[in-house]
Design a protein around this ligand. Structure first.
Ligand SMILES: Nc1ncnc2c1ncn2[C@@H]1O[C@H](COP(=O)(O)OP(=O)(O)OP(=O)(O)O)[C@@H](O)[C@H]1O
Ligand SMILES: [Mg+2]
Length: 420
């Protein structure tokens, strides 16, 4: 009988899963632990900030640390609880307070916004005193920048009130806030009074290297997959691709998950390099589709034509040669005419589209210095080797699917009818 690939579930690759250990963030976890350990001496832990770009492990660091440390401290007699609020979902102080109070069991008290954040805080203090005396409450505000985008004044008042709750609590319970954000300049948006109350106590997480990502993915794969069902090189491929891009553990984890899904669909007993390649292609195609989907019609047509030129050259055996932008323009016009598209593409818009496509790393442009000053021309070439992918995406994402698709097929079979 086949053992299958999974020993755990695919959800364990997801964001809500808290891993048994946290790789390459031990030092930061140690800092969180020592900050919270002040409670052993009866002190209130300082508020903390955690900054870093996407996928640097901010959320998992906070959740893992609080899970682990709270447990240890509880064993030593400290009453500690933590509440996690994702401000992307709860993006106003009202929603944040609703969530916090729900967690401590006084949900019904706030039905309207009219009471204001201050009124809600008074209620929160009263409830905390009576229901959780002696508790150190840690409030995590993940993606806290979202509150400031929504209403910076109100967000500032919320932070102020959460700090000042400690005055109202008068030592009967304690509140510490851990703010998590991608925006490392967030504090500039705080009022003086909030800035001074929240201090400068922050951790900054940097993007992961390929080696660090390897350890993180390998550890997760060991928890989700059967031993022996994957090799180091498979994990290394996912890690390297993400490290080359931006060091984002989330995208690395997503590729690994996608590769496992492909392997399962294929009924494979082990995860191979090929599964990862397929997952990466799929990702690339998804990203391209997304990019192309949001481009204007003419830009799609320009990109399609450049990709077509590349594809045609490949199919007819010659290596891809750059082409003059002028020729691409003429072809675009020709195609548009056959599609009854009016008005035609202006020269200026055409140049703008080319610049945008270059900025998106889809094409490369450079001046042709051969012809002297007179009639200086620009050459264009597809960046990378994804001509067919781009064409298919453009065809799929536009109203001209059939027409261009047929053109491509016909011309590819009959090289004498080349477009350019
Ligand atoms: N050091 C680590 N050890 C184990 N897993 C990790 C580590 N860092 C990141 N991960 C995993 O990578 C994924 C992304 O991490 P996380 O969600 O913590 O990133 P983030 O910094 O909060 O990103 P964002 O700013 O986009 O929310 C999660 O699935 C997480 O479990
Ligand atoms: Mg996060």
């Amino acid at each position: 009988m086949k053992a299958g690939l999974l020993r755990g579930t695919l959800d364990m690759f997801g964001e809500d899963f808290i891993p048994s250990k946290i790789e390459h963030r031990e030092e930061e976890a140690g800092t969180v632990a020592s900050t919270l350990s002040i409670t052993l001496q009866g002190g209130r832990p300082s508020h903390m900030f955690i900054y870093g770009p996407s996928g640097t492990g901010k959320t998992v660091l906070v959740k893992w640390s609080l899970n682990t440390i709270t447990e240890i401290l509880r064993e030593k007699g400290v009453k500690m609880e933590w509440i996690y609020v994702n401000c992307l979902r709860s993006y106003t102080p009202f929603k944040v307070m609703q969530e916090i109070t729900k967690e401590i069991g006084v949900e019904a008290k706030f039905r309207t916004k009219t009471e204001g954040t201050s009124g809600m805080t008074t209620e929160f203090i009263r409830a905390l005193k009576s229901t959780k005396p002696g508790t150190y409450l840690i409030v995590v505000l993940d993606e806290v920048q979202r509150l400031f985008e929504e209403d910076p004044k109100e967000a500032d008042v919320l932070l102020y009130n959460l700090h000042e709750a400690n005055v109202g609590l008068d030592g009967k319970a304690h509140v510490t806030v851990i703010s998590v954000s991608k925006d490392n300049r967030l504090k500039e948006k705080f009022s003086e009074s909030v800035r001074s109350r929240y201090g400068h106590y922050g951790l900054v997480l940097n993007p992961y290297s390929a080696q660090q990502l390897f350890h993180i993915l390998n550890d997760r794969a060991n928890q989700v997959l059967h031993p022996g069902s994957f090799k180091d090189e498979v994990i290394a491929k996912c890690a390297k691709a993400a490290a080359d891009l931006n060091g984002d553990a989330r995208s690395a984890m997503a590729t690994l998950r996608q590769a496992v899904e492909i392997a399962i669909r294929e009924g494979a007993e082990s995860l191979s390099i090929d599964h990862v390649s397929k997952a990466q292609d799929q990702n690339e195609l998804d990203n391209l589709r997304h990019q192309i989907q949001h481009a204007p019609f003419w830009q799609k047509l320009v990109l399609w034509t450049i990709a077509y030129h590349h594809y045609f050259n490949e199919r007819s055996g010659s290596t891809s040669a750059p082409v003059y932008t002028k020729n691409i323009y003429e072809t675009v016009e020709k195609l548009a005419r056959t599609m009854n598209r009016n008005p035609s593409l202006s020269d200026r818009s055409y140049r703008e589209y080319l610049t945008q496509l270059e900025a998106a790393s889809l094409i490369r442009l450079w001046p042709d210095n051969q012809g002297g000053r007179k009639g200086r021309k620009t050459l264009v070439e597809l960046a990378g080797d994804k001509a067919l992918t781009i064409m298919l995406a453009a065809e799929k994402e536009t109203g001209f699917i059939g027409e261009l698709g047929e053109t491509r097929e016909k011309l590819a079979l009959n090289p004498s009818q080349r477009l350019l």
